[in-house]
Every structure is written in C-alpha cells, then in structure tokens.
Design a protein around this ligand. Sequence first.
Ligand code: BMA
Length: 335
Amino acid sequence: MPTIIGQNLPNIPWEDKPAGCNKVLWRYSGNPVIPRDLLPDSNSIFNSAVVPFKGGFAGVFRCDNTGRYMRIHAGFSDDGIHWNINPKPIKMICDDPDVGEFVYAYDPRVVWIEDRYYVIWCNGYHGPTIGLAYTFDFEKFYQLENAFLPYNRNGVLFPRKINGEYYMLSRPSDTGHTAFGDIFVSRSKDLTYWGKHRHIMEPAGSWQSRKIGPGPAPIETTEGWLLIYHGVLQSCNGFVYHAGAALLDINEPWKVLYRTDPYIISPQEIYECVGDVPNVVFPCATLTDAATGRIAMYYGAADTVTGLAFMQVDELIDFIKNNSMKIEKRPQRAT
Ligand code: BMA
C-alpha cells in the first residue's frame, strides 16, 4: 500500500469521508475554515500555508487588507481549525535594503527543511518573483536573496535536499494575469545560486489547458513525490482554477510518472464560486500523518477565504495511477 514517508502527526485536522461520497477528496464540513474578515482590516484571507509547530500549528497567511494591499501575516493554532492571525503583517529582517524593500507579498508556502522553516512567496521586486526567508519561531523572519529573476510565481521548495541539493519548483510568468504557465524545477547548493533548471510539466487536457503551477510542498511517498498543483481553464467568463495531482520521480523529480487527467477538486461550493475572483481553488499547503496516510489540504477559495479538504494518501495515489493521462515527452512550443 502506498504510504507517506514523514512524521506521524495524529492531531492534524480530520473528518472521515462522508458516507456515500465516492470522491478522492472531501471538504471540511465547517468550510470556509478561515473567513475573510478574521482580522479587523482584512478584505480576504486565502492562498495560505500551514505547518506543524510546537505540538500545534503555525502558518503564513495571505491577508489582503481593506486598502487592497497584499501582505503576509504569521498565525498560530492549536487544532489547525481555529486560527489566531497576527494583525500586523510580517516585517522581514534583511541586511540588504535593495532585497528587503517591501513592495507586496502573496501566495506563501512554508516548508520545514533540516532545522528551520522556509517561507517562499510571490515577492514584488520590479515585478513578481520568488521571495525566500527563514524563521525558527514565526516571530522573526530573515529574508534571503530572491531566488529567481522576475517574472516568476509559485516558488515551492521540496521538503528535503535531493542528492545534496535544495530543489525549488516554480512557474515563470509575466507581470499581469499570465495566460501561460509550465512547472519547472531548479537546484541550489546554498539557497542563493539556483540553476540546472528543468521542465516538469506543461498545460494539457481541458481543466489544465491554459496554465499550471505548483501548489503545496511535494509530499514524499513510497511511490515518488506527490505533487498537488493548480490547473487553469480559460472559459468565456475568465479563468477557472482547479487542482490535480502528479507523482514525480523521487531522485529526478523533473520526471513525471503519473498525472491526473481529471481534476481532484474544482470550484463547486458557493465560497469557491463567489468572491473577489470567482471560480478559484488554489491549494498552498498540506498537513500529513504518515501513520494513517491522512492528508489535510488548505486552499484559497475565490481569492477570498481559506478552505480545508481531506484525502487519504493510498486512495489518492491509486486515483492518480488509475486516472493518469499518457505521460509522454511533448514537443516544445516555439513561442
Ligand atoms: C494567480 C495568483 C493567485 C490567485 C489566482 C486566481 O495568478 O494571483 O494569487 O489566487 O491567480 O486569481
């Protein structure tokens, strides 16, 4: 049976699959788990990252305020459901004023590697690019050099080094609402200099035909890296954001083993279909329990609130394998 390689975390949020549900993913009955107005001046709280911390949970939250400025805030929770988010945005500690100049911050991911938590986010630096910082306590955050050149979004670190190097997923983009997007992976020995950029996946099919981008940090499993990613369809009414899943080779993660032809979640609930940007589900974090194979996934809904959904790793991996599109080396587009 496919299993998670990782920590046992029996206290992650969980609800059993409702009787009669034949889906691989089911939503938390109390969704949205984080409302848009949890902070006195928040317009929306979505696309946010959560990790285990000191027996409970901590996170970095995208909070757009009522001035519609995009900021990231730290937060804490005993149960992963009820959150105490700091009303003051994170102010990074950075010894280089050029790197540390704040423009905007959104769509954070948080990943524990070796001895600290790394925060990766979409950072304004002459356009969107990949910001990188670390923290030990979610109080002080130390900002490093931006990982990549603009324009890029959705930087996601793998949760451990692979053959001695850090690996980062990303999705090169433009300055606007980007009508394209493939997932790439880059490597670094020191988290400063990144290279060996390899292509992983391109848009395909229908729900993921316009662009794709990495979601939560990949989950290590006995079947390879489990990657949940978003896929965008362009309808006559705008973008529709779904999520699917793939399995990547454990040592050479640019090699895709399987990739879902159907989505695992699409915007269907009212809080996913109605909001500042309708029809968006945008996963940014998972909590996992290796012993039971439980996965709790946090996702932004309609760019307004945060949702929570559940999966069982063995069922999800069977679903990916049984519903995989044909993996083939696709010809590169000339543009
Ligand atoms: C993407 C990002 C996300 C957002 C999504 C849907 O390009 O800006 O923050 O959730 O679009 O609007």
